[in-house]
Design a protein around this ligand. Sequence first.
Ligand code: PHB
Length: 385
Amino acid sequence: MGIIGGGPAGLMLSHLLARRGIDSVVVDDRTYTEIEQTVRAGILEADSVRMLVDTGVSDRVLREGDQHAGIELGFDGQLARIDFAGLVGSSVWLYPQTDVFVDLAAARSRDGGDVRFGVSDTIVDDLDAELPVLRFADADGARHEIRCRLLVGADGSRSMCRHRIPEDRRQQSFREYPFAWFGILCEASKSAPELVYSHSERGFALISQRTEAMQRMYFQCDPDTDVDAWSDDRIWAELQARVNVNGLELIEGPITSRTVLRFRSFVCEPMRYGRLLLAGDAAHTVPPTGAKGLNLALADVRVLAESISQFLASGLDRHLDDYSRRALQRVWKAQHFSYWMTSMLHLPVERSSFDLRRQQAELRSVVESRAASAYLAECYTGWPR
Ligand code: PHB
């Protein structure tokens, strides 16, 4: 098996396949350090955590992660809690994606997995042949050509693999959003025990956490925002104005990182062409509001490992189609949820008092209706397998 992409999707797939006795080689053109230093989101669904713990990747998430039994929605000057535990008997974990990557890389290395970071000139070819080919040059320049039973493109949203699928064999669905998130890391203690998703007349803000001493926060901004034009003072004033709700005091501190994250919804269907399968961001991207990106990638590879092992045992292509069909059902539910959370919480660019008041009423409807709150909780904590 050839796996292109050594992020969480590629590494988890390689790990799950190894547990089924299936060998794979994982290549990534980024170095280990580059991946480790990328700041990504931090919410894991209960099933994602279970997958890490039950397959022996690591129980560090249980020791160092924070279990969150709900989120707070801030709007119209008040906070309302969505109680995941009470509504749907589930929870999520705050555990940064970088740590998931580190744990998976350590597990692959412990188990003797073949994972190569820092490769170059990666190309996949002969995708509709019996044995497609993976070519790349190692970090030390040595060239390799490997014939594989299957290839998996887990190479992220700018996927090279996806682009190797003929255009008339893939349907791509897009949605661009006219805004982005300004994301910061800061040295401060926690302002709240759980995540606060705050709607305001100045736009959306999210208060998340990382550790006792380091916090992650975001606010809705224009996609062309220049981060250098924002001093610490200006950022804090903006965040304070946007989480101006009773019962929350936003604790400030030195800002150590600032980036703009663009928003996009994207799906490529099917997630298979010939002997190439796509997984994670290579096949779909969601806006970060629903915290679904990493969870979807892990859900993809859980189904994919099963389908690959059925395919290898039977030789039947239908197991590969099954993967795409099953994975896409969850992908589209997550697309809808991420879109819904995004449109409910972010102010349209041409803001009117109608939009503002209608969104406040939508949020009020969600928090006052047990059915609507339970729907949000169900989607946020993750659908059953
Ligand atoms: C994060 O902590 O980075 C985070 C949390 C929840 C989101 C998005 C990002 O919806």
